[in-house]
Design a protein around this ligand. Sequence first.
Ligand SMILES: NC(=O)c1ccc[n+]([C@@H]2O[C@H](COP(=O)([O-])OP(=O)(O)OC[C@H]3O[C@@H](n4cnc5c(N)ncnc54)[C@H](OP(=O)(O)O)[C@@H]3O)[C@@H](O)[C@H]2O)c1
Length: 294
Amino acid sequence: MLLKGKNVVITGAGRGIGKAIALACAREGANLGLMARSLDELEHTKSEIENVNKDIKLTIVTANVMIYDQVEKAFKILYEELGMFNGIIANAGYSRMWTSHEFDSEKFIEIINTNVSGVFFTFKAAYPYMKADEKSDKSRFIITGSAAFTNPMPKFAAYTASKYAVVGLQESLAMEYKKENINFNMVLPTMVDTRLLRGKKAGDGNKPPNVLNPWDLEDYYLYLLSDDGNKTNNCLIFTSDFDEVKRLLNEAPDVNKRNWEVFKEYLEERAPKIYGNVRKLGTLVDFIIKGRVK
Ligand SMILES: NC(=O)c1ccc[n+]([C@@H]2O[C@H](COP(=O)([O-])OP(=O)(O)OC[C@H]3O[C@@H](n4cnc5c(N)ncnc54)[C@H](OP(=O)(O)O)[C@@H]3O)[C@@H](O)[C@H]2O)c1
């Protein structure tokens, strides 16, 4: 088990990506603190997790990430239940599509507050309880960003702006806490079959082929939380790059994919742009090659 005994908190864990990560972390032995606003969805996630692993500590707590007092209280409760945290996944997010000049102003603020202030409030409230006393076992702060960063989308002005903003937030935090044993990293998915993207149709079995399943992302989060990710800091993991890495790993002759050291030459030759994007993440490619998950 990759995360046995680690304490991990995930926001937005009632459904979608957060729920898939929670199930993967439970399978790998992590104790979990799960947060969202809807108690019934959290309870549902909890009962699914209990079918995967009964031997972990699991606490659910409702909080609105837009309201700092609620987030602060939630982290205090989770600390009392679990102890110091090894990893925090700031994943809660919200989006609406709207013609910009007609965009409802309150909704615009809500999207920015959820996706930007919510990540900041999560860090601020979690910080006192983040285990940051060991260089070889650093605390991990992981943000779910979006491929909207670098690929802005029309009619998603608030969402796009928010996902650009969290990249800046991560840069600033990573610089500021460089001397502490905390890593900051981000997973930037393309399209994923969740309520945020497909509304009530999410999970209906009819997703377009270019849309990922939420569980397709689990290796990125597990890597960042695992010993293998201990030295990875201030990285942006674009899932589209790793879809291509995985495709090339599938077709590469065995001799070219024994490990990152040999695969990197193959990758650089075939996909120089992808190589440039992922070369700081060789330990993640190794993690995938070693088949550490599924
Ligand atoms: N789906 C995609 O295509 C895609 C692509 C790139 C990035 N992402 C990112 O992935 C993350 C997760 O989204 P998802 O796709 O899994 O969407 P989702 O299925 O709608 O799940 C969003 C989760 O966040 C929670 N949440 C939303 N607003 C909240 C708030 N104010 N306070 C606390 N929790 C809140 C929701 O629970 P409650 O409503 O109960 O609070 C839910 O658990 C987001 O950051 C999103 O931007 C998604």
